[in-house]
Design a protein. Structure first.
Length: 253
């Protein structure tokens, strides 16, 4: 028996002895055992009610705290994801997107506050963000090779994230990881990317568009998280904003 269990047993015995002494002395001094028994009986009836109320209240409080702690950990996982692969992937995709005008609003994130993030997340939640890789046939192989190398290098990391059962609480993020692994698999099964035809590239473009749509939403969610909890970290993201043509990592002001 460990020390923790011994402590519980000793404490329980001491409390029982204390109860016997208190009520026993009450009977001896007041000479009214019926009153004492009636008092004990009455209060015993309230014990189930007290337990019921306390159980529900405590369960609700504990569940809420546990969920908040879990969501905080998941947000930290998302932060790690973007540091490891998300930021690089979003840069590679956004740099060739033919429809850059549709994400021009992201150039101004340096002036956003919490409300701006909330409003933008609601605005883009159910809309399709257009994506079309504007890559010439001559540059196609190099572009796809760069993406494939990025995904291959981070495959183990992404698979590790998907194995986290708590990610079920973040459905969109799970979809993003699954979509990335699918593109990784598609590219891995094309050992010679110079053979990718226009039709084949159009198919791959659909896979990239699927990723891009979810990635934008999760990126904004990630920035909102940093803005609220780690403002010193968001400063670098803003300076290297992939949607801002004038972005520069060097601090100039």
């Amino acid at each position: 028996m460990d020390n923790h269990k011994r402590w519980k047993i000793k404490f329980s015995i001491i409390m029982v002895i204390a109860i016997i002494i208190i009520y026993g002395s009450n009977i001896l001094v007041l000479k009214d055992p019926e009153h004492v028994i009636s008092y004990i009986w009455t209060h015993l009836g309230f014990i189930p009610v007290d337990i019921l109320i306390v159980a529900f209240v405590l369960d609700e409080i504990i569940s809420k705290k546990e969920k908040e702690a879990m969501m905080e950990k998941l947000d930290m996982i998302m932060s790690t994801f973007f540091s490891e692969v998300g930021n690089d992937l979003i840069s590679q995709l956004s740099s060739v997107n033919k429809h850059k005008a549709d994400t021009s609003y992201l150039e101004s994130i340096k002036s956003w506050d919490d409300k701006d993030y909330e409003n933008k997340l609601k605005e883009i939640k159910n809309i399709n963000i257009p994506f079309r890789a504007d890559v010439t046939s001559e540059d196609r192989e190099e572009y796809l090779t760069n993406i494939r190398n990025l995904l291959i290098n981070k495959r183990e990391f992404i698979v590790g994230l998907l194995n986290n059962p708590n990610l079920l609480e973040k459905e969109e993020f799970s979809k993003l990881l699954t979509a990335i692994l699918h593109l990784d698999e598609e590219l891995e099964h094309r050992p010679d990317l110079s053979k990718v035809t226009d039709v084949d590239f159009n198919h791959l473009n659909g896979d990239m568009e699927r990723i891009y749509n979810i990635l934008i939403h999760e990126w904004i969610y990630y920035l909102r998280y940093l803005n609220k909890h780690y403002p010193y970290m968001i400063a670098l993201i803003i300076r290297t904003n992939p949607f801002d043509a004038n972005a520069d990592a060097y601090v100039k002001e």
